[in-house]
Write a protein that binds this ligand. Structure first.
Ligand SMILES: *Cc1c(COP(=O)(O)O)cnc(C)c1O
Length: 411
């Protein structure tokens, strides 16, 4: 038997899996069938409220849309956050529909001219990833007679320690190396752009609260140093984010309350040049990851050389991350349960696999579950972020799964 990650506290201890106050099978009926992603909007709203309480009131909260761009979810989140961070023109269109009036910022390497133009026309802030991109944005601004809102994404000279995906302290396709950022800022100001400040993102999926605290302090110090070198106060310092969620056995939760207290102190003692700056953090996974559950039905049950395989109507084409093929080095099990019998003691060791003709398609490897029959529904937790849109849906040509959003208790 192999361990699984912890079932998120909102669902742990249930006897029948319940989302948004309704048993899981109500959502399956409403959506039509499995495979199905259910996103519990009440949990997302609770998360945002908890974060707001924990953080200093002056720190804006942005949603990083790529974590989950399901339109009903984006529309429900938009009024609860201060900004939306997008990384393509498709996401820009979605953010513009979902939420007029909120700050939209556009990051990502390789922005095409048509994407830069769309962002400038929409009044979004472009987080510049290079000097070359700056020149193209300035030229498009001149041609369209709109003063572009441009921030400088900085490749920091440190990394977010312990993060699953490191985005700093090394050569990087993201942002401008810290040493060259002040020169670029001066150039933007001389060219008449509306310089919006710095965007400094040092990593993703960090569970070590001390590392996050250190990184936020280092980010403030770096922003102050670059601002002093450039001789200008950044209107906004986007401090990045990187708060992770526990996916695997022995993973722990981020302590957002402690992080908020430390950030508050760090902001109180910030450098004079940042006195009139505003601050933001941008989060995707931490806001939505635990609120999503992937439901897939058992189609077949078979034995092979002493092992039991449960074969589902879903797979890695919908939830690649649970198969261990999305940015993990060693395959480990996500939390899983039999949705209708969460409180029944495990009786057997089984592997839950998808319906794709590839041995990569393993959703849970040698896990302990209650006895499972054909027709039972398996819940795979932590499917709210980097789930469906981070999976190769076209691979093998199965139908795309359904998605459904439960109503928020707060909106
Ligand atoms: C992906 C991304 C995020 C969101 O990261 P999470 O780990 O989902 O919180 C935030 N900012 C930038 C620049 C990103 O690329």
């Amino acid at each position: 038997m192999k361990p699984t990650g912890p079932i998120p506290s909102a669902f742990a201890g249930q006897s029948m899996l319940t989302l948004g106050g309704q048993p899981y099978d109500v959502w399956i009926k409403q959506a039509g069938d499995t495979p199905l992603f259910v996103y519990d909007m009440g949990l997302v709203a609770d998360r945002i409220a908890r974060l707001r309480t924990a953080l200093p009131a002056s720190v804006a909260v942005h949603y990083a849309l790529k974590a989950n761009p399901f339109p009903p979810l984006v529309h429900a989140i938009a009024p609860l956050v201060d900004g939306i961070d997008v990384a393509s023109s498709g996401e820009l269109v979605l953010a513009l529909e979902g939420k007029l009036g909120r700050d939209i910022s556009f990051a990502g390497p390789g922005k095409r001219d048509d994407e830069l133009e769309a962002a400038i026309l929409a009044g979004a802030t472009i987080n510049l990833e290079s000097e070359g991109e700056a020149e193209r944005a300035l030229a498009i601004g001149k041609d369209s007679a709109i003063r572009p809102k441009l921030a400088v994404r900085v490749n920091p000279d440190f990394e977010l320690r312990g993060s699953g995906m490191k985005m700093g302290g090394r050569a990087s396709p993201f942002g401008v190396d810290a040493a060259r950022a002040p020169t670029l800022v001066r150039h933007l100001l001389e060219s008449g752009a509306d310089w919006r400040g710095f965007h400094i993102f040092a990593g993703s999926q960090a569970l070590d609260s001390d590392a996050i605290i250190e990184t936020q302090a280092a980010t403030l110090t770096l922003a102050a140093r670059l601002a002093n070198e450039a001789g200008a106060t950044p209107p906004l310092v986007n401090l990045g984010g990187g708060f992770g969620i526990p996916y695997f056995a022995n993973d722990s939760e981020v302590d957002v309350e402690r992080i908020g207290e430390s950030l508050s102190k760090a902001l109180e003692t910030r450098d004079e040049i940042l006195k009139n700056s505003t601050f933001a953090i941008e989060l995707g996974r931490w806001l939505v990851g635990e609120a999503g559950v992937y439901l897939t039905r058992i189609v077949d049950r078979k034995e092979s050389q002493g092992e039991t395989f449960l074969i589902t109507d879903g797979g890695l084409h919908h939830q690649l991350a649970a198969s261990g093929n999305f940015g993990t080095v060693v395959r480990r099990n996500y939390p899983v349960a039999v949705a209708g019998r969460m409180d029944v003691e495990p009786e057997e060791t089984v592997s839950v696999v998808g319906c794709l003709c590839t041995p990569l398609d393993r959703l849970a490897d040698k896990v302990a579950l209650p006895h499972v029959e054909i027709g039972d529904v398996i819940a795979i937790f932590l499917a709210g972020a980097y789930g469906l849109t981070a999976s190769p849906t076209a691979f093998l040509g199965h139908p795309v799964p359904r998605e459904i959003l439960t109503r928020s208790r707060q909106t």
